[in-house]
Ligand binder design. Structure first.
Ligand code: SF4
Length: 105
């Protein structure tokens, strides 16, 4: 990550991490308990925040179509359905509560 040596990346990472934690607390959504997975997704969100100005989902392409891209600003429009159906959002940043419980034991 040589292009982010001025602290920009760390600041962006702090912002997206705070936002994800706040969202989890406020809306009762469980953050991914696996630190490696969680950090990987958060770093992707930070990169998109810097490169595109919004924390677009790092698992999806930023298309340039405003409506489509807006739907993929984290937390995206589909994450609750994905959690209910698959146990996690597409990137795995948010998971169903039972997955969290298993990992914490
Ligand atoms: S799939 Fe997960 S990480 Fe990606 S935008 Fe949706 S909620 Fe965020």
């Amino acid at each position: 990550m040589a292009e982010f040596t001025d602290g920009t990346f760390e600041e962006a990472l702090r912002r997206v991490t705070r936002a994800a934690e706040r969202y989890g607390r406020r809306d009762g959504v469980t953050l991914q308990p696996d630190e490696a997975v969680r950090n990987y997704v958060l770093r992707g969100l930070a990169r998109n925040l810097i490169q595109h100005g919004k924390p677009y989902c790092p698992c999806r392409e930023v298309t340039g179509d405003a409506d489509q891209d807006r739907a993929n600003i984290c937390p995206c429009r589909t994450h609750r359905d994905e959690i209910a159906t698959f146990g996690a959002c597409e990137c795995g940043l948010y998971v169903a509560e039972s997955e969290n419980t298993v990992d914490q034991e």
